[in-house]
Design a protein around this ligand. Structure first.
Ligand code: CA
Length: 672
């Protein structure tokens, strides 16, 4: 384990945007031209192509002076049964074919570089691995398919704006005893039906179905470095932003890390279970850096090539984790594209969330989206449109939030709405719109229109971005918190120290109401529907379960909070007015009202927006600690939300006129 690579700077990396002037970029790294001239192998049969009759090995290692393949009988603690010299082949690859049936065996590569043999590596394309991923495994993938896998499909989702995304870590979700789940912290947790807490409320997959989310976004689930798979009883925790084998599942989430088939089969079983429940699976992918530098699988097969460097030859570090990959080089670009294609095809993954996406170049991200759409039109791609430090890649080529309109089929997180609603992500005591701090109104409005151009939104008053960077709402993910930084619960506690828990829950409801009714795609952190916290820990990437686990007794204690969230999700899913797909529609159908005080936003979705059955939906958000009186046009209204309560089918009727918006709450009205 390498400490500096396990998200040590995550609060910085995930939330901070760097849009440096490209001062460094003008002088292209000296290595770059040389690397760009290396041969490229674009075939998808790299490293292992196996049938019952033979195993073909093809390693891309253009600078190697020689390459050895070692075959092992077990995943560890055994000597090689065979060591074979590989032969130089096409396009920078080395090849050898072994006759016979090799299922059940393990292998590594080693290259000779500048006269010395480098450490053994499972390669960069290991699709199955043993304990801790040090040896790649030869398995029959057909044997890993759950029953009915051939007919398994994720939900058909026409537009990303129809999705409701739930971000989850496997351990957070199931490891606490209150989950009632048997396979705690495992892929299989999400295959268990009928689980509940001690007071009888549903947990696990039943909870997800009841809540109504459309997609689960799982934190890194490829094989990562930090958790020792040989010592699972130690109950180590890590978010997993320390990639080791990109194309094999993480062993600690399987019931047996030493059985290479188990992690594959169990992850597929999890996905099938979610698909059977109508829920899609989005995977968090971290191609922007590796856990190790010189000892990574990239470095041990093609030293230098896969990374960017500074002019002095050191690793550049836009990830703030010790290195950054070089997607502008074709073999790296192909690696990313082929890797996500592989997960989409072999595991039926429905979407990808790119960590620090702006470390990648726009062209690669465009290829990712284009190739995935060829597999399944319902696959979504979104990412963090920022880096965590400066990069040699010119800003104009980075997949930045500000460049999202240049990318087709990619969405970015809106840090604009996030910080405007709750206050600055890292200044704990800072407040936002929902907690009564004036000056955030225009930035919240930027979030409501999904960062698209709107005649009533003044981008010059935006706190973060100063222009309408999205050309469509399908390019924006709205959220108020995620695994990074304080949970919403903790943020409210730190920024409202004199408040009661009831007041903080009220603020959370207002905050999420703004997110879930905004244009764009809503995203929430698992457990916020039961008001989970992380005991005030900002960066819990390796904190114990006692910090990270969701206590499901909260679902009982905070039943009203949960019901509010459930109704909020139902409201959004029932009404296309919240899910417009073009900037033109938003500019036409979403009309802000003039208001004359701070911390108040009022707007309408008019004229059956986006084909909605409701002619008009009126939303008023009051971030003040006092009630505010507003004038609503006279008519036959249904009150959907008021005074911290929400029912998607309506609370009661109202006639409009003067109405009171309770402190820290949303008033939502609808008329046919
Ligand atoms: Ca691992």
């Amino acid at each position: 384990m390498n400490n500096k690579t396990v998200k040590a700077f995550t609060a910085l990396s995930m939330a901070m945007m760097f849009t440096y002037a490209p001062a460094i970029a003008a002088s292209v790294n000296q290595d770059d031209a040389e690397y760009q001239s290396w041969p490229v192998y674009s075939g998808e049969d790299l490293e292992l192509d196996v049938t019952p009759q033979r195993a073909n090995f093809r390693l891309w290692a253009p600078s190697a002076e020689a390459v050895r393949l070692s075959i092992y009988p077990t995943d560890r603690n055994s000597a090689a049964s065979e060591v074979i010299q590989m032969n130089k082949s096409d396009n920078g690859t080395w090849f050898v074919s072994l006759p016979g049936n090799h299922y059940g065996e393990f292998y590594t590569f080693s290259i000779k570089h500048q006269g010395r043999w480098l450490d053994e590596t499972p390669g960069v394309w290991a699709k199955a691995v043993g304990t801790n991923g040090h040896r790649a495994a030869i398995i029959d993938f057909a044997a890993t398919d759950p029953e009915g896998w051939a007919y398994d499909r994720g939900p058909k989702t026409d537009n990303i704006t129809d999705a409701v995304i739930y971000e989850m870590h496997h351990r957070d979700f199931s490891v606490d005893h209150s989950s009632g789940i048997v396979n705690k912290g495992k892929f299989l947790a999400l295959t268990e039906q009928g689980t509940h807490n001690t007071t009888g409320e549903a947990t696990g997959i039943d909870h997800l179905k009841e809540l109504g989310v459309t997609h689960v976004h799982i934190l890194p689930s490829y094989d990562y470095n930090s958790v020792d798979e040989a010592n699972l009883p130690a109950n180590q925790y890590n978010w997993g932003y320390d990639p080791y084998n990109y194309n094999a599942p993480e062993g600690s989430y399987s019931t047996n890390p030493s059985d290479p088939e188990a992690r594959v089969r169990e992850m597929k079983e999890m996905i099938k279970s979610l698909h059977d429940a109508g829920i899609g699976v989005i995977m968090d992918v971290v191609y922007n850096h590796t856990a190790d530098n010189d000892k990574s699988n990239f470095s041990l097969t093609a030293p230098g090539y896969y990374y960017r460097h500074r002019p002095d030859g050191s690793y550049s570090d836009a990830s703030a984790c010790g290195n950054e990959t070089a997607s502008e080089r074709r073999q790296m670009s192909d690696f990313i594209v082929n890797s996500v294609k592989y997960w989409a095809k072999e595991y039926h993954i429905d979407g990808f969330r790119f960590d620090l996406m702006a470390i990648h170049d726009i062209e690669t991200m465009d290829r990712v989206a284009e190739e995935l759409k060829k597999i399944n039109l319902s696959i979504f791609v979104y990412g963090e449109g920022w880096t965590a430090g400066d990069s040699p890649l010119p800003a104009s080529q980075r997949a930045l939030k500000e460049n999202v309109s240049k990318m087709d089929g990619i969405a970015v997180f809106s840090d604009d709405i996030r910080d405007a609603i709750k206050g600055h992500y890292s200044r704990e005591e800072d407040r936002g719109f929902a907690t009564g701090k004036p000056g955030n109104e225009e930035t919240v409005k930027i979030g409501i229109v999904a960062s698209t151009a709107h005649p009533q939104v003044d981008y010059s008053k935006g706190n973060n971005s100063k222009f309408a960077y999205a050309s469509a709402p399908t390019q924006i993910i709205n959220y108020v918190s995620c695994h990074d930084d304080l949970t919403l619960t903790d943020k409210l506690a730190k920024s409202m120290p004199a408040s009661t828990e009831a007041e903080r829950q009220r603020a959370a409801r207002l905050a999420q109401t703004i997110v879930f009714t905004s244009q764009g795609t809503p995203f929430m952190f698992a457990g916020e529907e039961v008001f989970r916290d992380k005991k005030g820990v900002h960066n819990s990437y390796k904190s114990p379960d006692s910090i990270n686990a969701i206590d499901w007794s909260l679902k009982h204690d905070n039943a009203e909070q949960y019901e509010y969230y459930r109704q909020l999700i139902k409201l959004r899913k029932s009404h296309p007015a919240f899910r417009m797909t073009t900037a033109d529609d938003i500019a036409r159908y979403l009309v802000f009202d003039k208001v004359d005080r701070d911390n108040l936003i009022s707007y309408s979705l008019r004229d059956h927006a986006n084909g909605d059955e409701w002619k008009e939906i009126k939303l008023v958000f009051n971030g003040n600690a006092e009630p505010v009186e507003v004038k609503i046009p006279k008519g036959d209204w249904i009150v959907i939300a008021e005074d911290g309560k929400l029912n998607a089918d309506g609370l009661h009727a109202a006639k409009g006129g003067k109405m009171t918006v309770a402190p820290v709450s949303a008033l939502i009205l609808a008329r046919k």
